[in-house]
Design a protein around this ligand. Structure first.
Ligand SMILES: [Zn+2]
Ligand SMILES: [Zn+2]
Length: 584
């Protein structure tokens, strides 16, 4: 058991104690223990529990320690299970409303007897909620918006969570003796950033229907609905939703292609084949109406008269046309990445030191890492004051003396202030190898003002990269109001690179803008925004999103060699438009 999962369980326990009206100090003790575990950040707690190190941590007491022990030994907590069973499901659901913590839920339960999302919505609309201490009209408004967002997102989850769940379910499906092969399909295979369910297609030796029925009644299944023809929708007790399709093995390739979608892509691809081919259930029929054997997806595309379309591109936009003309892009891969530029260290709110981040980047085979801590305006994130910048640069110089094949760059994530100026004076900004600009405050500006703010920043020659351009937090915060077309035009004109932030909650710039930005010649930086060593690995997620946006290695700033990255920043600083689109 890793420390983050264990911390998650302890937080959940704290919330449930509080919601059920239990002892507040006890709840706080669990929250404190969760914090202590978060601070140690390890993949395997077991050795630290055994050695007694965990017991020594401030914030860990006998009760919380015994929960941690049980988690390490069994992977579960009987205390959490008991609480889960005791607290009504409606109250648990309320915990998912953004801005509504356990204490407030308990308060509402006491004051208005609110037991469910519906109760809460009624109370918000009929004016009762506004009478509760601490709410008022603005609070009510926030709650209603939160409910709306929750309803809209339903069982949605972020791609990394779906990938983990998908891998787990896939392994169990593959282990069935009648299953010859199985693959993830649907939006997970297309690498969509938020997915509703996990699609799996299975090729079976015998009786696909029977295999489907078996999974529908497996342990851990809360509900299942048979759709006939070997297809079953399963929801598990942990909230995972599975759309399982079992077919005869000879239909596997076509079924997988169809279930991968998107619907628009499949329809366009078939339309391209004219009347020569059509689908009947999961068989591909020729003009004579006979089923055609398909060996694999590349063969399928060849039959359709198309170049092979990678799953990430199958969104039904213009990929079928491009495939017909043989003009699909050579998509960027993780092997193309030469280094990373958006990373934090212990100088601001990162968990690892500059040296640790450098060593980790080097170990990943990269040639450089840029440390871009927060600037002074981001005081809540430990933003760097002028003298701290100097100290960090001295340390970086010292570390660089020990490398011949690797370099740590001096970057900064400077706040874009409300008027579009970059945090720090010019003489401080000039000390960095490159400057990332970010909006971290005043998100609620109107569109005209926010756009003006960012365009002003893009006009500053010291700005190299615009980070997380829309400020969205997936399933949590809408992008701020901004005219992205104007931002993209300006980036093309000035030569500022736009970031594709790899944090799974951000994945911002939205991949839907990328193809257009690339056409205009905008350079893209794929930034992990790593706040720990582990955060560096989000690069792979970002590369997947870049692929969805038709991005090639030549479009990516950090797919360039070190000298070219430095030259990019220098040219920009001298007011010239840096070279965009380096063709490999
Ligand atoms: Zn940021
Ligand atoms: Zn950052």
């Amino acid at each position: 058991m890793d420390s983050r999962s264990a911390a998650h369980v302890l937080t959940r326990i704290a919330a449930l104690i509080e919601i059920s009206g239990g002892n507040r100090y006890k709840a706080r003790a669990y929250e404190g223990a969760a914090q202590a575990l978060r601070a140690i950040d390890t993949d395997d707690l077991a050795p630290l529990v055994r050695s007694g190190e965990v017991a020594e941590l401030p914030g860990i007491g006998p009760a919380t320690l015994s929960v941690i022990r049980e988690l390490v030994e069994t992977g579960e907590s009987s205390y959490l299970e008991r609480l889960n069973a005791e607290v009504p499901e409606g109250l648990l659901e309320l915990l998912r409303v953004p801005t509504l913590g356990a204490a407030k839920i308990q308060q509402l339960h006491e004051a208005l007897d609110i037991r469910s999302l519906d109760d809460l919505e009624t109370a918000a609309r009929d004016g009762r909620l506004a009478t509760v201490k601490g709410f008022g009209p603005r609070g009510v408004d926030k709650v209603l918006k939160g409910i709306e967002r929750l309803r809209a997102s339903g069982s949605s989850r972020l791609l990394p969570a779906a990938l983990i769940e998908g891998a787990r379910v896939l392994a169990s499906v593959r282990s069935h003796p009648d299953v010859r092969r199985a693959e993830l399909a649907g939006s997970v295979r297309r690498h969509v950033e938020v997915v509703r369910d996990i699609d799996i297609v299975t090729g079976c030796d015998t009786q696909p229907d029977r295999v489907a029925a078996l999974f529908a009644s497996a342990p851990g299944v809360r509900r299942s609905t048979s759709k006939g023809g070997g297809r079953v929708l399963i929801s598990y007790v942990d909230g995972t939703c599975l759309d399982l399709q079992c077919v005869a093995d000879r239909d596997f390739v076509v079924a997988l292609w169809r279930a991968t979608g998107s619907e628009g892509h499949v329809a366009q691809a078939l339309a391209h084949a004219g009347g020569r081919l059509r689908l009947q259930e999961d068989s591909l029929l020729g003009a004579d109406g006979r089923a055609i054997e398909v060996a694999d997806e590349p063969a399928l595309y060849a039959m359709l008269g198309l170049a092979y379309v990678p799953p990430e591109l199958r969104e039904g936009t213009v990929e079928v046309d491009a495939a017909a003309r043989g003009e699909l892009p050579r998509l960027v891969t993780t092997d193309d990445i030469r280094g990373v530029l958006h990373c934090h260290s212990t100088y601001s709110d990162g968990k690892a030191t500059v040296a640790e981040m450098g060593a980790a980047a080097r170990a990943r085979g990269w040639r450089y890492i840029g440390i871009s801590d927060h600037s002074q305006a981001a005081f809540y994130a430990g933003g760097l004051k002028g003298d701290e910048v100097l100290a960090q640069h001295e340390e970086i110089d010292r570390l660089n003396d020990s490398f011949t094949d690797f370099r740590i760059l001096k970057g900064i994530e400077a706040d874009i202030l409300a008027d579009g100026r970059l945090d720090y004076d010019e003489d401080v900004l000039d000390r960095f190898d490159y400057v990332i600009g970010s909006v971290h405050s005043r998100f609620a500006m109107g569109e005209a003002q926010m756009t003006e703010r960012i365009l002003t920043a893009l006009d500053d020659p010291r700005l190299t990269i615009l980070a997380h351009p829309t400020g969205r937090l997936l399933l949590n915060r809408e992008p701020y109001a901004i005219d992205m077309a104007a931002v993209i035009d300006k980036a093309a004109e000035t030569g500022v690179a736009l970031e594709l932030n790899c944090d799974p909650h951000r994945l911002d710039i939205d991949w839907r803008y990328l193809h257009g930005a690339k056409e205009k010649g905008v350079t893209i930086e794929i930034g992990p925004d790593a706040h720990s060593v582990r955060g560096l690995d989000w690069v792979a997620l970002g590369v997947g999103m870049a692929r969805k946006g038709w991005i090639e290695a030549g479009d990516v700033l950090n797919a360039r060699e070190l000298d070219d990255v430095l030259e990019f920043a220098r040219r920009r600083r001298s007011g010239r438009v840096p070279a965009t689109r380096v063709r490999p």
